[in-house]
Structures are given as structure tokens and as C-alpha cells.
Design a protein around this ligand. Structure first.
Ligand code: AMP
Length: 115
């Protein structure tokens, strides 16, 4: 079954797409946690980081250069931003289609919740 992100990538359900190419699609998170909250998603369905293969390395590297370009476009490159990838249960990964969150536009606080 296609993931909800694959459906957005294929245009089957709506998404606020800010960037797309043959490897990656980026769209605004439906429940933003910061003024800028964009998801950068490989077009290929890789469920989690645990499923990454060497053949995916070019796409995963490309995600960083796309993240940089989106941050510049959003006007947050100089103030700073956070890139985050959740993997599995303890990270609360909700959508099993690997994605990078790009957060910015406000002071983002500590890296993770302290116990
Ligand atoms: P994660 O917990 O890392 O799997 O993050 C999944 C993210 O996907 C959450 O921040 C959700 O708000 C977001 N999300 C879920 N459904 C959609 C959707 N249809 N369009 C955009 N973002 C979504």
C-alpha cells in the first residue's frame, strides 16, 4: 500500500509542495511545529533509516542540498534551522516513509526533551 507521502508525491492527495525533482519532493507539514516546517521526502518509498541501502546514498545526500536551498528560500538560512529524521518507535516516527523535517523561523530550544 502506498504511503500518504507517496500519494502526495504522485498528486493523488493534496500537498503544499515547495520543491520537487526526480529524486525528492518537499512539502509543508500539515501540523507545523514552527513557522517553517517542511518535510523533505525521497520519491522512493524507504520506510525508515533502518531500510536505507547503499544505492540510496545519492538521494539521501541530495536531501541535504535541497534542505539548504529551501532554508535559503524560506529566509532562515542565516538565523538557523533544524533538520530531523525520526526512526522507529522510540523516536515516534508516525509515517513509515523516510523523511527529513526542516524546522525554523523561531528559537527551537533544546535538541530533545530532557528526562
Ligand atoms: P514523523 O513523526 O517523523 O513520522 O512525522 C510525520 C509528519 O508528517 C508529522 O509532522 C505530521 O504532521 C506530518 N503529516 C502527516 N500527514 C501529512 C499530510 N497529509 N501532509 C503533510 N504532512 C503530514
Amino acid at each position: 500500500m502506498a504511503t500518504i507521502f507517496s500519494k502526495i508525491i504522485k498528486g493523488e492527495i493534496p500537498g503544499d509542495i515547495v520543491y520537487r525533482d526526480d529524486q525528492i519532493t518537499a512539502f509543508r507539514d500539515i501540523d507545523p511545529q514552527a513557522p517553517t516546517h517542511i518535510l523533505i521526502v525521497p520519491n522512493k518509498e524507504i520506510p525508515t533509516v533502518n531500510d536505507v541501502n547503499p544505492e540510496d546514498e545519492a538521494t539521501l545526500g541530495h536531501m541535504f542540498s535541497v534542505a539548504k536551498r529551501i532554508a535559503e528560500k524560506e529566509g532562515i538560512a542565516q538565523t538557523g534551522y533544524r533538520l530531523l529524521v525520526n526512526c522507529g518507535r522510540d523516536a515516534n516516527q508516525e509515517v513509515l516513509h523516510l523523511h527529513m523535517h526542516l524546522f525554523g523561523g523561531r528559537q527551537l530550544g533544546p535538541m530533545i526533551m530532557r528526562k
